[in-house]
Design a protein around this ligand. Structure first.
Ligand SMILES: Nc1ncnc2c1ncn2[C@@H]1O[C@H](COP(=O)(O)OP(=O)(O)OP(=O)(O)O)[C@@H](O)[C@H]1O
Length: 367
């Protein structure tokens, strides 16, 4: 086994089970390990939602149990400027952003990485993400996590091969139940802690209440694709393409009982367009246009490229063909039409186990 005792690793410790076990595994592998807890969101006085204080307490308890130092850092200003402002601007433009992807790009693999390397003398950083890496011809590739249910590569496609070279992902080689088992066996307080869900700064609050604090809502009509007004919405930003829940349409005798789905947001007219039936043709797209294309390898592959794409986390792979339209914009054509392709979300590309990179969906294509 290689001698890791001179290699310093700073583990991002969130107070969750995955990063707790990551720290433990790195110690087992003989590294010099220290933890770093980040605070990215300032709560207001009455905030009972964000569990950051509890998370810090848990991270500290795990660090104490493992006998490692836990540092703390506040990146709330960076988070606000680079993640939250983006999140608001996207919603304002009628799109559905993914702040976790931006957080990985701007905070974990920028602010955190720089701080760990420059201030804490890290040779590597580590996180509890379920992804793996491999070195091919001197270049690091990002791979899906071994546990297909937990794979988090979708959220990490903005990494470069240099980022991947500098980061260890100890739990990416394990299945989640095994991670919990290790935590239990080692008596870590996080062993049974629930996985975090949703967007961290929103927590368990109602999304609508949260967003309305920051963006003024503009009510408008709900129309059928034929232009018949069948209801009112409270603001387009509260709705996502493909959404069924929360439309409050019903009891329209002439339309029958089939549920309604959002098929378009007409930003210019402030109209929400809905259609009936979970298989309505307007829910499907043949492809998409995306921009801000990023390749983990930083080298543009030759296109057209046959690969697989995910347009959402936890989606099955969709076989597709990717073609460049210009330096930054791509067109993706699916082999089979797909439901609810959503502007603002990311399209992430794979070749087998390798996550190649991704781009932000600008619009869907319908023939
Ligand atoms: N507040 C934080 N401070 C330090 N590192 C963090 C923080 N939040 C997340 N991370 C790092 O990013 C990884 C992935 O974060 P994510 O929010 O997806 O948590 P997770 O997959 O539920 O993992 P965990 O069980 O460790 O919380 C974590 O495992 C951890 O290494």
């Amino acid at each position: 086994m290689s001698d890791n005792s001179r290699t310093k690793v700073i583990v991002g410790m969130s107070g969750g089970v995955d990063s707790s076990v990551s720290a433990y595994l790195l110690l087992q592998q003989g590294y010099q390990v220290e933890g770093l807890f980040m605070k990215n969101w300032e709560e207001d006085d009455t905030d009972e939602y964000c569990a950051a204080a509890q998370d810090l307490e848990d991270a500290q308890a795990v660090a104490d149990k493992l006998g490692i130092v836990l540092h703390t850092i506040n990146f709330a200003a960076e988070y606000w400027d680079n993640v939250f402002e983006y999140f608001l601007a996207e919603y304002k433009a009628g799109r559905t952003p993914n702040p976790d992807i931006m957080c990985n790009k701007e905070i974990k693999f920028k602010a955190f990485l720089e701080f760990a390397a420059e201030e804490l003398g890290a040779d590597y950083i580590a996180t509890g993400h379920y992804v793996r890496r491999r070195c091919v011809n001197g270049k690091w590739q990002l791979l899906r996590g071994l546990d297909g249910n937990k794979d988090q590569s979708y959220f990490l496609y903005t990494l470069s091969h240099e980022h991947v070279a500098q980061t260890l992902f100890p739990v990416g080689e394990l299945e989640k139940p095994e991670v919990r088992r290790i935590a239990e066996e080692q008596g870590l307080v996080t062993a049974d802690k629930k996985d975090s869900t949703g967007i961290c700064f929103i927590g368990e609050r109602k999304f609508k209440d949260f967003l309305s604090q920051y963006l003024p809502a503009q009510p408008g009509d709900i129309e059928t694709p034929e232009g018949q007004v069948i209801g009112r919405h409270e603001g387009l930003m509260y709705h996502t393409l493909g959404q069924r829940k929360g439309l409050h349409i019903g009891g329209l005798a002439e339309f029958g009982d089939e549920p309604w789905y959002v098929v378009e947001k007409d930003m210019q007219r402030n109209v929400l367009i809905v259609a009936q039936g979970s298989d309505h043709s307007l829910l499907y797209s043949d492809g998409l246009i995306a921009n801000q294309m990023h390749w983990v390898s930083r080298e543009k592959p030759a296109t057209p490229l046959r690969c697989a794409v995910k347009t959402r986390y936890r989606q099955e792979d969709i076989p597709c063909t990717l073609t460049y339209l210009n330096d930054d914009e791509i067109e993706v054509i699916f082999d089979q039409p797909q439901k609810a392709v959503t502007p603002g979300q990311s399209a992430v590309f794979y070749l087998g186990e390798e996550c190649l990179g991704g781009a932000i969906i600008g619009r869907y294509l319908r023939r």
